[in-house]
Design a protein around this ligand. Sequence first.
Ligand code: SAH
Length: 214
Amino acid sequence: MRALQELFPEISEQQLSRLVQYADLLCQWNQRVNLVSRQDVTRLWPHHLLPSLILLKIFPLPPGATCLDLGTGAGLPGIPLKILRPDLELVLVDSIRKKILFLKMVLDALNLTRCLALQGRLEPNSAPPQLRKNFDFVFARAVTSLENLLPLARPLLKPGGSLLAWKGESDEPELRQAARKLGFRYQILSVPSRWHHLSPKFSQLRIFQIFPED
Ligand code: SAH
C-alpha cells in the first residue's frame, strides 16, 4: 500500500477502496476458481497489481483510449488500470467461462462502467466483427509468445493502434528477432531504477509496445 501511495500520490479514496475490494474478491474466488497461483494470493500487490499499474507511470495512455485486455485471466492488467483510469473504454477477453463470471461480478461490485467482460477464444488473423479494428491498444500479460500474440492482436487494432505486451528482460532477443522477421516497429518500456525497490518484478519487467501494422 505504501508503494501504491508512493507511485500514485494523487489516488482517490474511492480508487484505493476499489483496488482493495478487487484484491479481496480475487483472494476469495481463488479458493474455487484458479485465477492466480496459490502463492501469489499472498503477494497480489507486488506481483500483480503494481506491475499492472506501472504502465501509467511509464507510458502516456491517451484520455478515453479504447483498450482490449487479451487473455485477461483474473483481470490483469485491465481491472487495476481501469480503476485508476476510469476514462478508458475497456474490453476484457478470456476463453475461460469461470474467469469471465468472476470478472462480471467484479465489474458489478465495483460499479465499473464502460467496461465489458467477454468470454471467447480469439483466433489468429481473425476477430469477431464487433471487436475488429476497434482498439487503440491491446494489452497482453502472461498470455503467449510474441509470435502467437501478434496474429491475435493485429485484427483487433485500429490503424495506428499498438500492442502492449508485459514481458521480461529475457524476452528482448525474441522481440528483436520477431521485429526483424516481420518488420514491425516497437519500443521497449522499462521501470526507472528509482522505483525498483517497490516490487521485486520491476527490475526485470519490460512492456513492449509493438505496432504490428507498419
Ligand atoms: N493476463 C492474466 C492471465 C494470464 S494466464 C495475468 O496476467 O495474470 C493467460 C490467460 O489467457 C488464460 O486465462 C487463458 O484462458 C487466456 N487465453 C490464452 N489464449 C487465449 C485466446 N486465444 N483467447 C482468449 N483467451 C486466451
